[in-house]
Design a protein around this ligand. Structure first.
Ligand code: ADP
Length: 399
């Protein structure tokens, strides 16, 4: 059975076609600049060369048609006909409190998704465009929605309630939701398999460090706390997002720099984080290069980022009354040995003993980076959000 996984952004659409018989990726790719000048379609079929083209893509429907045309192409295609795609799994960022698991998408679910869009105006409308485009082009193919927030719906109220008037939660659903749930779920399950212990016996801190970053406390297989909140702006600093700040800074910025609320929002989301501190880039590779060339602000960005991740690990050890495993995943977590070293430096009170040489020499594969026999172990576990979406979709379609 083949499942098409779709992750739609406002002007982009990522896809993977996965053969669930052996969970192999048959083809993947990305449609970019949808609705803009010079759109780009990148299509990578398994074992063949990547194909880049610039077909006209006025909207997401055009993009879906072109993706299907690529997948069924006589020469570079990987399936003979669209009917081989048994279902489509969509990534949806925000499921609010309505969705604590994945769902089949019908008219009623579409309606609830539209209501949730208010909670995530930057992400959900784009996800919905992707779903609507697929429903229009493939009206007879079942569709499922898999939510970034769902895994965190197990958090207890003391972790998700903000210290604001309670009616704000009751009337307007202002609370911590958390994001990157599919990733935190996947890597916590994988690390339990790697260790060879049931997840029901493990306390795990998962560090998803990418362009957007979040940390989660996963106790006995369930998320009990996570650093992102009502929106993906809260928590550790990110590429361009500030993470936690004193909320009084917002008023100060409005008054002192004459900023509108929208301008402050854009400042905190797009101009802050390691980009804001370093003044170099949001990409940790650029920051590392600048730090090596003695750029003090770049070094400071690395230090602030790793210190804040470390603080969350300490907080979550407290939240779970201990920690057995710390997992690093996503672009930075899987690849940046220096950030991992800085994060784990000074966690000896938890019983972390980093194998520095090994840590500096590995990237992008499942591996333990602590010394054997230490109390709290650390691992790199590459994430695979698409596989979680495909597995959930398959489960729903089968029954
Ligand atoms: P997202 O899915 O949130 O867009 P990713 O998980 O793909 O992000 O992470 C992208 C980020 O990972 C890049 O912006 C870069 O900072 C970082 N990254 C990727 N490769 C490396 C590397 N080799 N060394 C350090 N950082 C890296």
């Amino acid at each position: 059975m083949k499942i098409l996984v779709i992750n739609a952004g406002s002007s982009s659409l990522k896809f993977q076609l996965i053969d669930m018989a052996n969970e192999s990726v048959l083809a993947k790719g990305l449609a970019e600049r949808i609705g803009l000048d010079d759109p780009i379609l990148t299509y990578a079929p398994l074992g063949k060369d990547k194909i880049k083209s610039n077909p006209l893509m006025k909207n997401h429907e055009d993009a879906v048609r072109l993706v299907l045309a690529s997948l069924t192409d006589k020469e570079s295609g990987v399936i003979a006909d669209m009917s081989e795609i048994k279902a489509v799994g969509h990534r949806v960022v925000h499921g609010g409190e309505s969705f604590s698991g994945s769902v089949m998408i019908g008219d009623a679910v579409m309606q609830t998704l539209l209501e949730c869009a208010e909670l995530a105006p930057l992400h959900n409308p784009a996800n919905i465009m992707g779903i609507e485009a697929c429903r229009a082009v493939m009206p007879n193919t079942p569709m499922a929605g898999v939510f970034d927030t769902a895994f965190h719906q197990t958090m207890p109220a003391n972790a998700y309630i903000y210290a604001l008037p309670y009616e704000l939660y009751k009337k307007h659903q202002v609370r911590r939701y958390g994001f990157h749930g599919t990733s935190h779920f996947y890597v916590s399950q994988r690390v339990a398999e790697f260790i060879g212990k049931p997840i029901e016996e493990l306390k795990i801190v998962t560090c998803h460090l990418g362009n957007g970053s979040s940390i989660a406390a996963v106790k006995y297989g369930k998320s009990v706390d996570t650093s992102m909140g009502f929106t993906p702006l809260e928590g550790v600093p990110m590429g361009t997002r500030s993470g936690d700040i004193d909320p009084a800074i917002i008023k100060y910025l409005c008054e002192k720099l004459n900023m509108s609320v929208q301008e402050v929002d854009s400042y905190l989301n797009k101009k802050s984080g390691v980009m804001g501190i370093s003044g170099v880039s949001s990409d940790f590779r650029d920051i590392e290069a600048a730090a090596e060339a003695d750029n003090e602000q770049a070094k400071l960005a690395q230090d602030v980022f790793s210190y804040r991740v470390k603080k969350y690990i300490g907080a979550y050890a407290a939240a779970m009354d201990g920690v057995d495993a710390i997992v690093f995943t996503a672009g930075v977590g899987e690849n940046d040995w220096l950030i991992r070293e800085k994060v784990l430096d000074g966690l000896s009170y938890l019983g972390v003993e980093l194998d520095k040489e090994l840590n500096a020499s590995v990237r992008g594969k499942e591996v333990e980076i602590t010394k054997s026999g230490c109390k709290t172990r650390a691992f790199i576990i590459p994430t695979n959000e698409e596989l979680v979406i495909a597995r959930d979709t398959l489960k729903l379609v089968e029954g």
